[in-house]
Design a protein around this ligand. Structure first.
Ligand code: LLP
Length: 448
């Protein structure tokens, strides 16, 4: 008889706070051997089969998040922000779930097109779009381009043979007080045209005078990891007022409003996350009120969630390389990954949880600093993590909520290739992105 026979509740991840469903994929459990499973597959088996570090991605979790958005915003277009994580499989899943796709480079566009995403449902973003990218986007029939500068208007006007639909990016002067790196709603910054500015009026005027550009609407993206719904209501009020002003000043009636993304997820138990029903209500109410106030026809709404679609679907697996107790200091557990597969800790001071995945520990625990293997003292993956006191090299550590801005931000720093992505679904696993090998790294270095 095993412990699990005596305490069957141990089998259910939901009852154990460290497998909090707010942070882990919904289909996360302990199996009969006490190992963590995601999508019906034991994480330890994935580590054995594919090596470590490895990103595990729960397909059903991604699809469920897409469905949650479509259910909560039945009249809005949901445009997945591919910068959070874009692979051919992910592009197929989101297209299959009826989402459109936001890309911000020719590289992302190529992945989208390779996945047979309808070009008409692709939106191209970026404050600096090289000529060749604009040309590629126009040639392959990208549905909308979000204009970010006057130079771009001139280039598009020169390139487009048929009317190209565009939006103009606006900074609505909303400060969500997030990390400075992702505060995109404030006026003094590289993105967009300031709301109410002559520069914006001028940009709109220039576009509408181009016969081959069709201006459909305005776009704003106020920031990232936002859990408060109020700024979105404020963004709606300001953007509708601006659309009314442009109508009054220039006689242009815009039909589309894209509110960007930025919806927060919980990285650790207890973290605040965006409440979708509340967000839907505040956007709906603000739209109704603002349109009535300005006598403006209700625009077609779109949202661009990235993180909120994929973050919780991802779990990163590492293998323990060493456990070091520093006298009068911390205990460092070094794993075989680090800032090359997760630069978010170093970049934004992000916090994560981590657990041992190959067994269900029942004995005493210790508090550790989870360290990466890179040659920097700052390469720390998580602090104050509770792990079994008898943790040994070779054991598997799983870090949840690593589906967004992990693979897409990864590098090959220190000559360490990027991890593979293994998708799990209904008890099956398959590699959707392979590991970057030393041969891959060497193949770019053509010598002297
Ligand atoms: N739309 C636009 C125009 C964006 O620039 C972004 C993100 C999104 C949508 C999606 O935002 P999300 O829903 O994923 O927050 N590397 C940072 C995040 C950078 C976000 C950049 N833009 C991180 O790891 O936190």
């Amino acid at each position: 008889m095993t412990l699990l026979d005596i305490f069957p509740s141990l089998r259910s991840g939901g009852l154990l706070p460290r497998l909090d469903p707010a942070v882990w994929p919904r289909d996360t459990h302990y199996d009969a051997e006490g190992r963590i499973t995601v999508g019906g597959v034991a994480l330890a088996d994935i580590a054995d089969q594919h090596g470590t570090p490895t990103y595990v991605l729960d397909e059903n979790e991604v699809r469920d998040r897409c469905r949650a958005y479509r259910k909560r915003f039945p009249d809005a277009e949901i445009i997945y922000a591919g910068k959070a994580l874009l692979t051919r499989a992910v592009a197929e899943w989101i297209a299959d779930e009826g989402l459109s796709l936001d890309v911000c480079s020719a590289g992302e566009l190529a992945v989208a097109l390779a996945s047979w995403v309808d070009p008409a449902r692709i939106v191209l973003h970026g404050n600096g779009k090289p000529f060749a990218e604009l040309e590629t986007a126009i040639n392959c029939g990208v549905g909308r381009i979000v204009v970010d500068s006057v130079t771009e208007i001139n280039l598009l006007a020169a390139l487009a043979a048929e009317p190209q639909r565009v939006l103009v990016r606006v900074t609505p002067d909303i400060d969500v007080h997030g990390h400075p790196a992702v505060r995109t709603g404030v006026t003094d910054q590289k993105f967009g045209f300031p709301i109410g500015s002559d520069a914006l009026t001028d940009a709109v005027d220039r576009i509408v005078r181009q016969p081959n550009l069709e201006l459909v609407g305005l776009h704003c993206h106020i920031g990232s990891q936002i859990y408060d719904t109020f700024p979105y209501g404020e963004a709606v009020r300001r953007m509708i007022a601006e659309m009314a002003r442009l109508r009054d000043d220039l006689g242009v009636t815009l039909t589309d409003l894209d509110l960007g993304g930025g919806h927060a997820v919980a990285y650790r138990s207890g973290d605040a996350e965006m409440n979708l029903p509340e967000l839907a209500d505040i956007i709906e109410d603000s739209l109704d009120a603002a349109c009535a106030r300005h006598g403006f026809p209700r625009p077609a709404l779109s949202l661009e969630p990235g993180r909120a679609i994929v973050a919780r679907a991802g779990v990163t697996l590492y293998r323990v390389l060493s456990v070091k107790h520093v006298e009068n200091g911390h205990t460092y557990v070094t794993v075989d990954g680090g800032m090359s597969d997760n630069p978010r800790v170093a970049l934004y001071g992000a916090g994560y949880e981590a657990v041992v995945a190959n067994r269900h520990p029942t004995g005493p625990h210790m508090t550790v600093t989870l360290a990466g293997r890179h040659c920097e003292a700052g390469d720390i993956l998580a602090r104050d993590i509770r792990l079994p006191a008898d943790l040994r090299p070779g054991e598997i550590i799983a870090m949840p909520c690593t589906g967004a801005y992990h693979h897409s931000l990864a590098s090959s720093y220190n000559g360490i290739g990027r991890p593979p992505i293994v998708a799990v679904r209904d008890g099956e696993s398959r590699e959707i992105v392979r590991r970057e090998t030393i041969d891959d790294l060497m193949s770019r270095d053509i010598g002297c």
